[in-house]
Ligand binder design. Structure first.
Ligand code: MG
Length: 323
């Protein structure tokens, strides 16, 4: 039986300032790097980066699974990781497949700060060539947010598109307000996850009622959820975060089989997971839709840490304490 040496190391990477969404305030990204060594000595990396509030396993649950798997792992043991651990499925299978894609080749969507701060934060990325921007909404009163959002939309040069992400935090009435506004703006690409994942029927109705496209994110966080929403009739845009979706091989197969309209997006993972995510994006991402990997500016770019180091990742690995 083929088995690979398998090591795990935990990381903690603070944000420059907390990332505020409807789910709350997030101060540091924590995850696990996976290092697989083949008999030939060839090494490959993977990343386990759960987001429990999107319905994945917790970091501790992921860690327990890793401890139970190691120190050697077979392809069969990886294939047997249960659906309850989609971030582990991603991290281990992408390491096994050696999923790698050159970074920075696809147009990237840039995440702006929340609230009126966005008004002075779009110029730099747009000057650098970014053509898709994203803002989080649903944290303040909609009438206030709509005012600054309209200001932002009017400031943007022609050809720059805007994505709004409510993280499931709007009421039905608020979602209708946002969509009515969106229908009057020329540069809105979509409104992402207006309502909570449990309200798919209402979102299906909204999608039929307004011209502004809707995209599902939290509703389709894992492959099991994606299947369920598709079975229940969702044919609109879906945001896939490969890092939390499950086995990349199965995600790819499902998206291609049903010709889904896919935006591939980061789960704030490190460059290790990003590479595997972008490899999947090249296969399942809808052409013309920017990938949601414009997030490095959210992290403290401390020169003493090698987070921004490029492959083959051994420097990053050595930087982490053995666990
Ligand atoms: Mg989202």
């Amino acid at each position: 039986m083929i088995a690979y040496r398998c090591e795990f190391r935990r990381y903690r990477r603070p944000f420059q300032r907390p990332l505020c969404t409807h789910h709350g305030s997030w101060t540091a990204r924590e995850g696990i790097l996976v290092r697989l060594t083949r008999d030939s000595g060839e090494v490959s990396f993977g990343e386990i980066a759960p987001i429990p509030w999107f319905g994945t396993e917790t970091l501790e649950e992921a860690w327990s699974l890793c401890q139970a798997l190691g120190p050697t792992v077979s392809p069969g043991a990886i294939a047997a990781i249960p659906e309850t651990h989609p971030a582990c499925q991603f991290g281990l299978e992408s390491a096994l497949l050696g999923l790698r894609s050159p970074l920075g080749k696809r147009p990237c969507c840039h995440l702006l700060p929340t609230g009126p701060a966005a008004l002075s934060a779009w110029q730099a990325p747009v000057t650098a060539g970014v053509r898709t921007l994203k803002v989080k909404v649903g944290m303040a009163e909609p009438q206030d947010e709509i005012v600054w959002l309209q200001t932002l939309a009017r400031q943007l040069p022609e050809g720059v598109k805007l994505r709004l992400d409510a993280n499931g935090g709007l009421s039905l009435e608020q979602a209708q307000q946002w969509l009515a506004m969106g229908d009057r703006l020329p540069n809105l690409e979509f409104l992402e996850q207006p309502l909570a994942p449990g309200q798919l029927d209402l979102m299906l109705a909204l999608a039929a009622q307004f011209r502004t496209p809707l995209a599902l994110d939290e509703s389709v966080a894992t492959l099991a959820q994606l299947r369920d929403c598709h079975d229940r009739g969702w044919r609109g845009i879906v945001v896939i975060k490969p890092a939390i979706a499950g086995f990349p091989s199965q995600v790819r197969q499902f998206c291609q089989q049903h010709a889904l309209d896919v935006v591939v997006s980061s789960a704030l993972e490190t460059v290790v997971g990003q590479q595997a995510g972008l490899a999947l994006a090249a296969e399942i991402g809808t052409p013309g839709r920017a990938v949601g990997y414009g997030i490095d500016h959210w992290f403290a770019n401390a020169s003493e840490t090698p987070w921004f180091f490029r492959p083959p990742f051994e420097d990053l690995w050595r930087h982490l304490p053995p666990s």
